[in-house]
Design a protein around this ligand. Structure first.
Ligand code: GLU
Length: 390
């Protein structure tokens, strides 16, 4: 496999529709063909991780729940039934090729809280060392609407970057990114290569994110941002054919998202990939310039504070026009942040009544989109300060 051969640690994400037929259940033949491809990658020396969706869909079929909408506890029960069947199918198929496998079920906190993140990373790392293929899914049986990833695209990106992977492959029902959603615009052009996920690229995914577009192109681009900023390349390709990974080698279409040439380090990868920031800080133009040159965010540059957060939580930093330009761990609780926003460092003590740290978000805890870690990428004038939301 030539295109894939150069990658050493590959995470493959499989969408539910590829693996499960509503009427007949698991698409065993297709799974067999995918596992043959995984065995080839593994024989070539790559570590392979699988993020497999399909628990709820499969459980629904096994339980004969039909097409009707499910209540939360019904989807959770369906996931419980489906996951056990899904994992055993993976284990049987991988076993047939001589590969071992292990099941990992993650809840949101397992990647968003630093200590649990390190813990999950250690377990998955040990599985890989033992040459077992991790079969990963969200723990849908306990996840509730507020505390869940909700889509396996971003979960897969979080896992791929957590494990220092060099490639994430999203097997999907579409063969890659088009200049517009092809079902809406018949003139949409296919894009084989994306150098960087700019606002123009994001606009190609179509309508704004909604519950319905979860798992659509929008979440795939969110996954792409998490992956590429951490130095992990991403491929979107169609899984609607047998041997979908070998198909990449045969020259079937795919979109490759290039990794940043200057990825952030492991700690900053964890910060940059945080899925739901607890708050937002809108800053002035001077602060934008300071952040772009690698400086800390000072209270003086903060114009507006929103959200309920505690010291140490992740916040998004927004430019004056409302675009997210950075993420970081905030040094103040929201109530104090509101009080000192816009103040010079020497004024802070009088307001808070105690000596305080000077930065609202310290540079070591800050990841700036298009900042110093991406200077090479922005050299052609693609930086966020010029970007427009199309
Ligand atoms: N975790 C869900 C499942 O296994 C799928 C989520 C997704 O499709 O992105 O059923």
């Amino acid at each position: 496999m030539n295109t894939l051969r150069k990658y050493k640690r590959i995470t493959v994400k499989i969408g539910s529709a590829l693996l499960v037929d509503r009427a007949r259940g698991l698409k065993r033949e297709w799974l067999t063909s995918l596992v043959d491809d995984i065995a080839t990658l593994s024989a070539n020396g790559a570590d392979v991780l699988v993020v497999s969706s399909g628990a709820i869909a499969l459980g629904r079929t096994i339980l004969g729940l039909g097409k009707r909408g499910l209540k939360l506890e019904e989807s959770q029960a369906a996931a419980a039934v489906g996951q056990i069947a899904l994992a055993s199918a993976w284990s049987e198929e991988l076993g047939r090729t001589g590969l071992k496998s292990g099941q990992i079920l993650l809840t949101l906190g397992d990647t968003e809280e630093r200590r649990r993140y390190l813990n999950a990373r250690a377990t998955i790392g040990t599985l890989l060392k033992m040459k077992a293929v991790p079969i990963i899914n969200e723990n849908d049986t306990v996840a509730t609407t507020e505390i869940r990833y909700g889509d396996n695209d971003r979960l897969a990106a979080r896992v791929a970057t957590m494990m220092g992977g060099d490639l994430l492959v999203l097997l999907s029902d579409i063969d890659g990114l088009y200049t517009a959603p092809p079902q809406v615009d018949p003139n949409a052009k296919f894009l084989p290569l994306v150098e960087r996920i700019t606002p123009d690229i994001e606009a190609m995914a179509g309508a704004a994110a909604s519950e319905l577009s979860r798992g659509g192109m929008r979440t795939k681009l969110d996954a792409g941002k998490i992956a590429t900023s951490a130095g992990t390349a991403m491929i979107i390709t169609s899984g609607a054919r047998q041997n979908p990974l070998a198909a990449i080698e045969r020259g079937e279409r795919f979109t490759l998202f290039k990794p940043s040439r200057t990825p952030v380090n492991g700690y900053k990868t964890w910060i940059a990939g945080q899925l739901e920031p607890a708050g937002r800080l809108t800053v002035d133009a001077g602060a934008v310039r300071a952040l772009m040159s690698g400086k800390s965010l000072l209270p003086a540059g903060v114009k507006l504070v929103s959200g309920r957060f505690s010291r140490g939580d992740t916040v998004a930093v927004l430019s004056p026009d409302g675009r997210e330009i950075a993420r970081g761990l905030v040094a103040y609780d929201a109530a104090d942040a509101v009080k000192i926003a816009g103040l010079k460092t020497e004024q802070i003590e009088a307001v808070l009544g105690h000596q305080a740290r000077s930065a609202m978000v310290h540079r070591d805890d800050l990841v700036v989109d298009g900042g110093p870690q991406m200077l090479e990428d922005t050299a052609e004038g693609e930086g966020i300060s010029h970007a427009q939301d199309a």
